[in-house]
Design a protein around this ligand. Sequence first.
Ligand SMILES: *Cc1c(COP(=O)(O)O)cnc(C)c1O
Length: 462
Amino acid sequence: MELEGFITNTIIEPFRIRSVEPIRFTTMEERKIKLKEAGYNPFLLKARDVLIDLLTDSGTGAMSSAQWSGMIASDESYAGSESYYKFESAVQDITGFKHVIPTHQGRAAENILFTTIAKQGDVIPNNTHFDTTRAHVEHNGAEALDLVIEEGKQPQKIHPFKGNMDTEKLEQTIAERGAENIPAIMLTATNNSGGGQPVSMRNIRDVSKIARKHGIPFFLDACRFAENCWFIKTREAGYENKSPIEIARRMFKYADGCTMSAKKDGMSNIGGFLALNDDELAKKCRSLTILTEGFPTYGGMAGYDMEAVAIGLYEALDEGYLRYRIRSTAYLGEKLQFAGISIVQPTGGHAVYIDAKSMLPHIPSLEYPAWSLTNALYLIGGIRAVEIGSVMFGLQPDGTEKPAAMELVRLAIPRRVYTQSHVDYLAEAVIHTYRQRNQLRGYKIVSEPTVLRHFSAQLEPI
Ligand SMILES: *Cc1c(COP(=O)(O)O)cnc(C)c1O
């Protein structure tokens, strides 16, 4: 008898679990007290009081046995450690960039790059600047200009590459501002602030062509490069049969350098780098690295961190891992949509974004509907999510308040941490909250700092 092969629709977690970390159950009564003590601000909760923590996918992933064994075998020499050379060769192998400057995380690479290249009156175009990127561009007196395509600004619009840059607007910006005032063009792949939406290879190539035509350096914000490669493989013609690492190498070939947070697709808890080809620029950046991060062969990382990143970068490009990663995010999105909840579509790489404005039309923007939903998810399910709405973006530099364009609740999925039953539980809790949406009330702020208020503001239910 011939046995038939087996093709399953179930995409299983591509790992088994050998070390476990307990999560702590609390009652709703306990959570009511904890939330009140935290000033109704989930950022101020203790992690031990959270059952499923979706605050961020940054540095919250689980490391592999290979990464842990690399860490034990690390070289902690101050200068020229073996772990640095392993790290450098992994980054060079994947990105092709000549100079690799380690940093303690992504924003440190941004600090070094923009302090070196940007000045008052300059403009940096990007699809959408991530908040730390924007902060570093502006801190150096330059303007951070977002040029994402129109589709990328509409939550319900289906488009395979909503992270693409509008190349006509880019040409127009160069014509108006002058290439000499544009020290770099950037593309964020995937576009985190735009919902984790990918950028196509074609768009990367087109932006690269424009940059080269005008002699402007082109940098990738590569924090989620591996997830972007998976979207190219599955959505862009011509890449079906290419491996993620082949796609990554081609992607980086179009650029002159990149900034990277290893807390995302470096699969590590800390770390990052700046990588680039230009010898002169690299020299300047290394000098600043010594000043702010450390000697250029560790740059703010321990030897064992560099080991973890060197191994993690390849693990992030593993096909089985990427299939599972992108599928598990889509799986949560589908469950919510099936129940009638509106989310940003299509689901991106690292998170599901719930559209709280459409779920809670009875709560005005300046009574913070997405904040209200975030708190309800904690009370009902012990889930910690993050508001991306008017608490985060509403406070203007002049002290006035303006509603944000969207009121979103982001459920960010840590890498390799939660199983399908955790995701099923999550979906159940969100749907249970959705069914009681008419009971949800708005919030008011009772105290707030003057900048980045969402991290430490105290609120009260109305
Ligand atoms: C996380 C992130 C950064 C900043 O990295 P940190 O390690 O948090 O400093 C920059 N850009 C993007 C797109 C990111 O996702």
